[in-house]
Design a protein around this ligand. Structure first.
Ligand SMILES: C[S@@+](CC[C@H](N)C(=O)[O-])C[C@H]1O[C@@H](n2cnc3c(N)ncnc32)[C@H](O)[C@@H]1O
Length: 296
């Protein structure tokens, strides 16, 4: 084939662009692979991963519940960032954290605010909570595992449970991008399933909502950082830049071509109340405390 001056120039431009692209890709994934990861608040992703919009306001719901509360527990507080933003706190406020690196981060942030942080690293699925029966007026849980019967046990009669969860059918495109189409079976974790379990444990449901919001990654470095923070999302908690380099490069090219990589997510919100003993009906034995729900 004879290359004309024009096609030679085009070819050179394409080659240069590819080299620049590879350089950009390598820089992005190296930087994201090395960036510090601490707690559960990721300024690294600002402007690089869009926020999801939900039809409910979890923070406002919690704040209004806190007004009538003397004791509160935050399950799976991460680095305590969200909980610390809710001040002023009920007279007794506690948190649990089950991911070892986050226990110290949460204690450092929350202890000075008078909040006890309980180390649940030996039981990160929250099968047996380290509290006595009826200890709390309010239990909150954003995106952590819980066992309905355990939450029920530690709430006083009339106490409330408010949780926002990541559903099992969210982020399928993202997971399949790395693991291959149909390589995963989504967990059947939905508002309907959670409501069923909470009712079975004895709760009365006062609010249940579900949404399928979208979010987008604007560069591949944001994908790397996000998957480092949530390694359970892809494969067997084994996300690494080396292992998935080819798929990351394909993702980089997709973002260059389309401007972003968009993911459909799933979230649900449930508010539940523990009825007074007199109002409780005798139900079937509730879900075993040995069967935790997936982390969101
Ligand atoms: C998704 S975070 C949410 C934290 C907090 N509730 C919030 O809303 O900001 C929930 C839990 O994920 C767990 N977690 C965080 N990073 C993890 C990791 N790399 N591996 C396993 N679990 C992790 C921690 O136990 C943490 O409490």
């Amino acid at each position: 084939m004879v290359l004309t001056a024009f096609s030679r120039r085009t070819c050179r431009t394409l080659c240069e662009r590819r080299m620049t692209n590879t350089y950009t890709f390598d820089t992005l994934i190296r930087d994201a692979g090395e960036a510090p990861l601490e707690g559960w608040d990721f300024p690294y992703l600002a402007g690089r991963k869009t926020d999801i919009e939900l039809p409910w306001d979890y923070t406002a719901i919690i704040r209004s519940r806190m007004e009538h509360t003397d004791s509160m527990l935050d399950l799976g507080t991460g680095g305590g960032e969200f909980l610390s933003s809710l001040a002023p706190f009920p007279f007794r406020t506690c948190a649990t954290e089950g991911y070892p690196p986050n226990v110290g981060v949460a204690r450092k942030r929350l202890n000075p605010l008078g909040i006890e942080v309980h180390d649940t690293t030996a039981d990160p699925s929250n099968r047996h909570l380290p509290f006595t029966d009826g200890e709390f007026d309010l239990v909150i849980d954003r995106h952590d595992e819980y066992v309905a019967a355990e939450v029920f046990r530690i709430l006083r009669a009339g106490g409330h449970f408010v949780t926002q969860q990541c559903g099992g059918y969210g982020e399928v495109e993202l997971i399949e991008w790395f693991t291959g189409k149909d390589a995963i079976k989504p967990l059947d974790w939905t508002a309907a399933v959670a409501v069923g379990e909470l009712r079975e444990a004895g709760f009365r449901i006062t609010n249940a909502q579900e949404a399928y919001p979208e979010y987008s990654f604007l560069d591949v470095g944001a994908v790397v950082y996000d998957l480092r923070a949530r390694p359970w999302n892809v494969g067997e908690k084994d996300f690494s830049v080396q292992k998935y380099r080819d798929r990351l490069l394909a993702m980089h090219e997709h973002i260059q071509k389309h401007g972003c990589f968009t993911v459909k997510d799933q979230r649900f919100l449930i508010e539940a109340v523990k009825p007074p003993a007199s109002a409780r009906q005798k139900t079937q034995p509730s879900r075993s405390a040995d069967a935790p729900r997936p982390r969101g």
